[in-house]
Design a protein around this ligand. Structure first.
Ligand SMILES: Cc1ncc(COP(=O)(O)O)c(C=O)c1O
Ligand SMILES: [Zn+2]
Length: 426
């Protein structure tokens, strides 16, 4: 029998919360800020328990993030999970894209639009809400730029738990509809994501919200760990080795730091052989506070008021920005940003060359990949993985005016010939 620790099962390798700022340690609980320095908290693991995990054990697991259950901060009993079983998404070899942008080494697209609610957020939500239920929360919530709201609403519906998700009122209609359909409360806030996040932080302090788990506020340390599965998966799909370069979209910067953390853990546990990797971060020109700090060679991340079409990445005051800078500097990577036209071009380029239709965040990432090759920051002769974290069908307005039917014809052979359909195919 497994015992529980404040509701959390002790068959998980998670042992404590550790402050990312000052290193102070706290018991596992629904706590996200350090009592000493207010720094963000992260899960601390029993390294020996992680080291006992073998490739064989992982391979024997399900085709979802739960194959990595022994590396996650929740119990192993499937019956306790709040999940849509996301993960094990395709790693697509992208030779035509590589050629189009001047990469000579293998290029892969990790296509995380192939998740139940079509973004990587299903990974973080499955881990956060499984922890939240174990901790005794009876309602699920989040502050979201869109994809997180989709995922929290859908997970809550599956689990039969009430939900309340908070979004900026001016999100894409596709993102609002694909959240509201799951039936929980959707709170559209007249303000930016940063306003939404501030409101949610205040709500966690209210008595009426005591039983509410905000996945990216009061249970954030658990939420953040779910992103590591993207790093684990890429390594496993490459045959248990690390790619030399990864290009990752950034909003809060959390995803980037956790893919880097996953690579470090894989080396520490001996699951992959030690090899250098370089981490590259992608933002939009309308919201680029982390990349701007890197370019200015400073740790001062100056919050911005986001603009532009990449709304899912529009976090003007990024919580993990400092740690994203650290990961990029430590690994010898770089960051850049792309404007709206470059984003739209990149969405179409990715679609034409790989058959993957990305949302604007994927457009940002592919556009930045292209710029990094052109500027020489990315080595064209080193294997590269670019992350597509969301689905194009949720942000069709981004390209709606740029694509459409090639021909319009009356239904007759003659009309087809006259319209030019018989031209030689290339
Ligand atoms: C599609 C997509 N990609 C990437 C991100 C970035 O996530 P993070 O806040 O962990 O940097 C988000 C965040 O909302 C997102 O929706
Ligand atoms: Zn601290």
């Amino acid at each position: 029998m497994t015992s529980t620790l404040g509701g959390l099962s002790t068959d998980s390798p998670a042992r404590e919360l550790v402050c990312r700022g000052c290193g102070a340690r706290f018991p596992l609980a629904a706590q996200h800020a350090c009592f000493e320095c207010f720094g963000p908290l992260e899960i601390g693991y029993d390294l020996d328990a992680l080291k006992r995990v073998t490739r064989e054990r992982i391979a024997a697991g399900p085709d979802s993030i739960w194959r990595y259950a022994p590396l996650l901060p929740v119990g192993h009993d499937p019956a306790t999970r709040v999940t849509l079983n996301p993960g094990w998404t395709p790693l697509v070899r992208a030779d035509a894209l590589a050629q189009a942008i001047g990469l000579r080494a293998p290029l892969w697209v990790k296509d995380d639009s192939a998740n139940p609610t079509h973004s990587f957020k299903d990974r973080v939500v499955s881990v956060a809400l499984t922890a939240a239920r174990a901790l005794g929360f009876t309602r699920f919530a989040c502050a979201s730029t869109g994809n997180l709201a989709n995922s929290v609403a859908a997970h809550s519906a599956r689990a039969g738990v009430p939900s309340m998700v908070f979004i900026p009122a001016d999100l894409e209609p596709g993102k609002i509809l694909t959240t509201a359909v799951y039936g929980g409360d959707v709170v559209a806030v007249d303000g930016s994501y940063d306003d939404v996040n501030r409101l949610c932080s205040e709500l966690t302090e209210a008595d009426e919200f005591e039983q509410t788990a905000f996945v990216n506020v009061n249970v954030r340390p658990f939420y953040a760990e779910g992103s590591r599965t993207l790093g684990f998966e890429v390594a496993e799909q490459l045959g248990w080795r690390l790619p030399a370069q990864v290009v990752i979209p950034m909003a809060s910067g959390e995803l980037l730091t956790k893919i880097d953390k996953a690579f470090r853990e894989l080396v520490e546990t001996g699951l992959v052989a030690e090899a250098p990797w370089r981490v590259f971060g992608a933002q939009s020109a309308g919201c680029n506070p982390i990349a701007t700090a890197l370019h200015a060679d400073t740790d001062q991340i100056v919050p911005v008021k986001p603009t532009g079409i990449a709304k899912s990445l529009n976090i003007g005051d990024p919580a993990a920005g400092l740690y994203a800078l650290e990961a990029v500097r430590r690994t010898g990577g770089w960051m850049d940003y792309a404007d709206d036209d470059e984003i739209r071009d990149a969405i179409r380029l990715l679609a034409r060359t790989t058959g993957v239709f990305a949302e604007t965040a994927g457009g940002v990432t592919v556009a930045v990949l292209r710029k990094l090759v052109a500027s020489g920051h990315l080595d064209p002769d080193a294997e590269t993985v670019v992350f597509n974290t969301g689905e194009g069908l949720k942000t069709i307005d981004a390209v709606a005016h740029l694509v459409g039917p090639t021909f319009r014809v009356r239904p007759s052979l003659r009309a087809a010939r006259e319209a030019g359909l018989f031209r030689e195919s290339l």
